[in-house]
Design a protein around this ligand. Structure first.
Ligand code: ARG
Length: 372
């Protein structure tokens, strides 16, 4: 067992795969408000996800774990805690936790380090506990593993813009996009806040998306924490920026997949181009006719794919057009049925954390450009 992973594409040897057990529709809190009136959870109500949905998601997660193991990838799993109990700190109490399906949100591996993110949902404050058994095991097994945790946030009301959601909802799309461009969203700059899934790893370059869960201080903290990296703050034209891994997706050195419905900053595109990277616009996702109930993700989970190596990529089984596109780009596609997992917080990338990929730290961007 070893901890080592510098990017999203090198050959995968060991991976963490989440579990759907006990996932909750969270009670409203300053950072997020669930509102699923058609599915029995109107704003203000909360409770466990329906049992049959949890079972279906776990079936696909377990099958994915088996599929990975059959390809020689070692798989670890989290240990769920009781997410139905209230979460409290000396500053506040919240009626529910969330779950441990999307481990990508909480943990990031950079080289021989695994870092626990701050998170900014009160319901996710203790989620790291689900990963502690695996982290302890890795810490015992690999004498070089660095186990780190970002400062636990206070998450008092000072960390959130009061009344944000009520106001944001009344804005036009153009007004929302203007707010996103200025990064004038729900989080204040009271303290560093970030989710690990807002970080995309490209060797020396780490791209961190400012989002509904990541603030400027969070990026600044990451910049100071990883002095041997270039940590870039990036934004996309997206009314609900949340996790970079359905928007800007590394495929292999020289090739990044972009969700064109969320246009990238032209300077970011230029930075890739002057370093001989090709930016490919992803085809439209398969329609979600059976739009999953209780889902807070978009159909763009299609591009939330997991590389097994620079030539092989796991893609949700119904995303046939995307599979064809990737095939045309010289990738071998491994189809994975994963539709039932979406409502639990994501696709194949969200559901995993790389623990060990072969390869070392490389600089894929030798040329500077603009603010990059
Ligand atoms: N917000 C993204 C979308 O709906 C989903 C990304 C989820 N990623 C994750 N790591 N949980 O398009």
């Amino acid at each position: 067992m070893r901890v080592n992973s510098w990017n999203g594409w090198d050959p995968l040897r060991h991976v963490l795969v989440g579990r759907a057990d006990g996932t909750m529709v969270q009670a409203p809190e300053p950072a997020v408000q669930r509102d699923f009136p058609a599915d029995g959870f109107p704003l203000g109500t909360y409770g466990p996800m329906p049992e049959e949905m949890t079972a279906a998601a776990n079936e696909q997660l377990d099958a994915f774990a088996v599929q990975l193991a059959a390809r020689g990838v070692q798989v670890s799993r989290p240990t769920p805690i009781d997410f139905s109990q209230p979460v409290s700190t000396p500053d506040w109490e919240h009626p529910t936790g969330f779950g441990c399906m999307p481990p990508r949100d909480v943990l990031i591996t950079v080289g021989n380090e695994i870092l626990e993110a701050t998170m900014c949902y009160r319901s996710r404050w203790f989620e790291y506990l689900c990963y502690r058994p695996v982290l302890q095991e890795l810490f015992e097994a690999d004498p070089d593993m660095r186990w780190e945790a970002a400062p636990k946030p206070r998450l008092t009301d000072a960390s959130f813009v009061p009344g944000f959601w009520n106001e944001y909802q009344t804005l036009s799309k153009a007004e929302q996009l203007a707010r996103v461009a200025e990064h004038d969203l729900v989080l204040t700059e009271e303290e560093p806040l970030f989710d690990a899934a807002d970080i995309a790893r490209f060797g020396v370059d780490l791209f961190v998306q400012l989002s509904l869960v990541t603030n400027r201080k969070g990026v600044d903290w990451l910049r100071r924490h990883f002095p041997d990296h270039r940590v870039h703050e990036v934004t996309f034209t997206n009314t609900h920026p949340l996790h970079i891994d359905a928007t800007w997706v590394p495929l292999r050195p020289g090739l990044v997949l972009h969700n064109g419905e969320r246009p990238a900053d032209p300077e970011l595109v230029k930075y890739f181009e002057v370093n001989d990277w090709q930016v490919v616009e992803a085809v439209q996702p398969a329609s979600w006719k059976h739009h999953p109930r209780l889902s807070f993700c978009s159909p763009w989970l299609a591009v939330n794919i997991l590389n097994l190596d620079p030539r092989t990529v796991c893609v949700e089984a119904e995303e046939v057009r995307l599979a064809e596109q990737l095939d045309g780009l010289g990738m071998e596609v491994v189809p994975v049925p994963f539709r039932a997992v979406g409502p639990f917080g994501g696709g194949l990338h969200c559901a995993t954390v790389d623990i060990w990929r072969e390869g070392g730290l490389e600089d894929y961007f030798p040329n500077r450009c603009g603010r990059f």
